[in-house]
Design a protein around this ligand. Structure first.
Ligand code: HEC
Ligand code: HEC
Length: 240
């Protein structure tokens, strides 16, 4: 009897250990596959593009969001679907210190560790890949709102496009879909001269004395409702 019980106990123990080892082994195989860039079905997991990898390695995602759509703080800019030439210009100007208004101090130490070559890669990535399948801007546009009326009356459209997403020059920003807090801050800084990088901003400064604080708030609200569509890279190339 005693022998039978001992044998049974040993058997149960052996089965349990075998089970453990089996589960452990499968886990280790899965880990190895992940390390080799294979997913667990054995198919290749898509590797990150050079730009996407840089965007993470340089921690851009921590403030601007993984998809460039939802920034960490509401007064930080939405990057997804922004034009390449404008992004390039901004990155260079934040790095050189020419652009130093608002919250640029938050980004300065980061961009100091990014080379010119990497800036070029990041600008292309932001414009042609980042948040490609995501919506930018709430899309709940009220054409009768005070902001919509001001956008027409104060000729904002003449530089930024009727939809806020088709600027007359490639180096001008696509303003549609920014957060209202960020848009408000930038307009205020351009109006009072705090944002004075480059010559391009001067044209807009001339318009800003025509709008008061309350009107700027209406405009910011309106801008945040406009959608900023993703531009397929090929289309972007042909319209240059
Ligand atoms: C610590 C937070 C932080 C990190 C990290 C960061 N940024 Fe920024 N970035 C900001 C803030 C804040 C602004 C807006 C500054 C202002 O108020 O004018 C900004 C502005 C920008 C702009 C200009 C947007 C516009 O519409 O004018 C671009 C482009 C940009 N960042 C790209 C990047 C890239 C690329 C990286 C990684 C190399 C990065 N940022 C890392 C906080 C950050
Ligand atoms: C004469 C052309 C022009 C007009 C008119 C104009 N803007 Fe601009 N705006 C610009 C340029 C150029 C910039 C970017 C400046 C720079 O290079 O930093 C800008 C920047 C902005 C930004 C900040 C974008 C960002 O991502 O940082 C907002 C918001 C904006 N404009 C809103 C408006 C509104 C609202 C009006 C109308 C009241 C207006 N603009 C009229 C040329 C113009």
């Amino acid at each position: 009897m005693r022998r039978i019980i001992t044998t049974l106990i040993l058997l149960v123990l052996a089965i349990t250990l075998a089970g453990c080892e089996c589960a452990d082994r499968e886990e280790r195989i899965a880990e190895a596959k992940t390390r080799q860039g294979l997913d667990n079905s054995g198919a290749e997991a898509a590797p990150l593009s050079v730009g996407a990898q840089l965007y993470r390695d340089k921690t851009c995602n921590t403030c601007h969001g993984d998809n460039g759509v939802k920034p960490l703080l509401p007064n930080y800019p939405v990057l997804a679907h922004q034009g390449e030439e404008y992004v390039l210009k901004q990155l260079r100007e934040i790095k050189s210190g020419d652009s130093h208004n608002g919250q640029t101090a938050a980004m300065k130490p980061i961009i100091e560790n990014v080379t010119e070559e990497e800036i070029i890669i990041l600008a292309k990535f932001i414009a042609t890949e980042l948040g490609a399948d995501k919506q930018v801007g709430t899309g709940i546009v009220d054409p009768e709102s005070p902001g919509a009326i001001l956008f027409k009356k104060r000729t904002c459209w003449s530089c930024h496009g009727k939809d806020g997403a088709t600027p007359i020059l490639k180096k001008y920003p696509r303003i549609a879909g920014n957060t209202k807090e960020y848009a408000l801050q930038q307009m205020t800084d351009i109006k009072n001269g705090d944002r004075a990088n480059g010559m391009d901003v001067l044209g807009m400064k001339g318009i800003m004395h025509l709008v008061n604080e309350e009107e700027i708030a209406h405009l910011a609200e309106y801008i945040s409702t406009l959608t900023r569509p993703f531009i397929e890279p090929s289309v972007e190339e042909t319209t240059k």
